[in-house]
Ligand binder design. Structure first.
Ligand code: NOJ
Length: 554
């Protein structure tokens, strides 16, 4: 068990002006996908000891907190989001002692640690699911999940028409002989067949998650990321969906339509209040951030009402194109909705489920330049920010060969959706060939590509113009924004501009160079140019932070 972080966050005034803002309100969180971060024992999978061994990279980067994606016991049907024992470490990632050592080492360095909690489903290998299959229809064991009789003659059709996120139906029929009439029930899984959904109406489920939260809080974690918070409550009666509102199998993870009855049901908020009560019963500003893919910012705001989650990811920037109007609209929607409930925005450019920014916004040098410009946009916005491991290197997605793909979407979609492996390839640390210091074996769980020598942490550490140096400088300067009020500024066509207190931010998402703002340059995401009149210009795909010159402009 570990002590609290040594570095005490400065007490700041929240936007509302009275309450001191908690540490998480403008923290920079760094998401670690443990399997892909650092491998300490040479088996090709990253692990917790590997994370501990690389903490100094994160100290130098300047992040405030970690979010560890699941490292719990799991058959890994969905990258560990199929949890078989939520209170133990999977042997591939190490032991509980390794976890304690990681928390202690992070806290010693002033870095907080948050972990995933996965309440929508368990793994089919969780003991509860085995008990449910054994116990049969109508049993209390089955009531912890969502079992139903099928439709049609013999109950041979799924209970409703819901598709799973990973393709195919959201129902699987239980194996075995069935009841006396030979009828077998079906169970609901909004994700893979190996991830049976839990029934949160059942008090045992709610009590079990209280226990899980307490288990990790007692071990010293500072908070949680709540997986699929938007799925926890099911529409009463489980009616059929209008399938025309459901995204196609290759759409990736997107905001669902309001008519998509699988998500964002009002009943889930009571469960989130239960989480909050547990968090608030611990000292030290423990927090939870929700993963809620919901139709719009207004619905998202409901997850961060004062007695619910502390933060909820604003995914708008993961969906916006590299276009000033699109970006501005995404930001405005998020700011307005969160202001309505007095919660900070939580900005995300990338994670383990969406294409990496350097690929999503373009390819090659253009993608990289835009990713860097987007980073300076993200990190200047008011609120919390989540980075995904490798963002600080501007890693691109990798074209993982068919035979190496692991994401369940690949098989379940009948090979229509290549899935998310491309953004999960291990981190390159050093050297000029795979495994680039990630492991001692080149046989890494996902193959690493050739051509990443200049992207490694070591190479970027040696290059002052690298993305790694840009991120470090941005995180060093970010304190200047603290409490700085946000205001939009007039901007040249193709650009967006805003101020945060005394700092002005200009993002050039257009096709041509634009004049530089008047103030002194604090940081730029790329080289600045000379204009024809001798003044400086901001090239396309570049963001600059400047110190405001003279009185406030508009
Ligand atoms: C969201 C997680 O981020 C994703 O990786 C996972 O597949 C689903 N939830 C299901 O747990």
């Amino acid at each position: 068990m570990s002590t609290r972080p040594g570095r005490v966050a400065a007490v700041r005034e929240s936007g509302a002006g009275r309450r001191p803002a908690a540490w998480w309100a403008d923290a920079v969180f760094y998401q670690i996908y443990p399997r892909s971060f650092a491998d300490s024992n040479g088996d090709g999978d990253g692990d917790l000891a590997g994370v501990t061994s690389r903490l100094d990279h994160l100290v130098r980067l300047g992040v405030d907190a970690l979010w560890l994606s699941p490292f719990y016991r799991s058959p890994m049907a969905d990258g560990g989001y199929d949890v078989a024992d939520p209170c133990d470490v999977d042997p591939r990632f190490g032991t509980l002692e390794d976890f304690d050592a990681l928390v202690a080492a992070a806290h010693e360095r002033g870095i907080r640690v948050t972990v995933d909690v996965v309440p929508n489903h368990f793994s089919e290998q969780h003991p509860w699911f085995g008990e449910a299959l054994q116990a049969g229809p109508g049993s209390p064991e089955r009531d912890r999940f969502v079992f139903r009789a099928g439709r049609g003659p013999g109950g041979d059709e799924p209970p409703n028409n819901w598709p799973s996120v990973f393709g195919g139906p959201a129902w699987t029929r239980v194996p075995g002989a069935g009841d006396a009439a030979g009828r077998r029930q079906w169970y609901l899984h909004l994700f893979a067949r190996e991830q049976p959904d839990l029934n949160w109406d059942n008090p045992q489920v709610r009590a079990e998650f209280d226990r899980i939260l307490r288990f990790w809080l007692d071990r010293g974690v500072d908070g949680f990321r709540v997986d699929v918070a938007h799925g926890m409550a099911k529409e009463p009666g489980l009616p059929d969906l209008d399938l025309s509102v459901v995204p196609g199998p290759d759409a990736g993870i997107v905001m669902p339509a309001r008519a998509d009855l699988r998500w964002d049901r009002d009943g889930l908020h009571e469960y989130l209040r239960g989480f909050r009560r547990v968090l608030d019963s611990y000292p030290g500003d423990r927090m939870a951030v929700g993963e809620a893919w919901v139709p719009d910012a207004e619905r998202l705001a409901r997850y961060v009402r004062p007695d619910e989650l502390n933060l909820s990811f604003n995914f708008e920037l993961t969906q916006a194109s590299w276009d000033a109007a699109d970006l501005r609209a995404a930001i405005e929607r998020s700011l307005a909705a969160m202001a309505g409930v007095g919660a900070p925005c939580t900005w995300v450019l990338a994670n383990h489920d969406v294409e990496r920014t350097a690929t999503r916004l373009g390819s090659g040098a253009t993608g990289r330049a835009r990713a860097r410009a987007a980073a300076l946009l993200q990190l200047a916005l008011p609120g919390a920010a989540y980075l995904y491991n490798g963002d600080e290197l501007a890693l691109p997605n990798v074209d993982v060969p068919d035979e190496a793909l692991r994401d369940p979407s690949w098989e379940r979609s009948g090979h229509a959706d290549r899935g998310r492996d491309g953004e999960r390839v291990p981190m390159p640390w050093s050297g000029s060939a795979p495994p680039y210091g990630f492991s001692t074996t080149p046989d890494t769980w996902l193959p690493m590509p050739d051509g990443w020598a200049s992207l490694t942490v070591a190479a970027q550490r040696a290059d002052p113009a690298s993305t790694l140096h840009l991120y470090r400088a941005a995180l060093r300067l970010r304190h200047r924004f603290r409490g700085g009020p946000f205001a939009w500024l007039d901007a040249p066509p193709g650009c967006l501009a805003f101020s945060r207190g005394t700092v002005e931010v200009l993002v050039n998402a257009g096709a041509g160079a634009v004049p530089m703002p008047a103030g002194a340059v604090l940081l730029a995401s790329g080289p600045l140019g000379d204009g024809v009149q001798g003044g400086g210009v901001l090239p396309p795909d570049t963001t600059v932070w400047t110190r405001r010159a003279g009185p406030r402009r508009r």
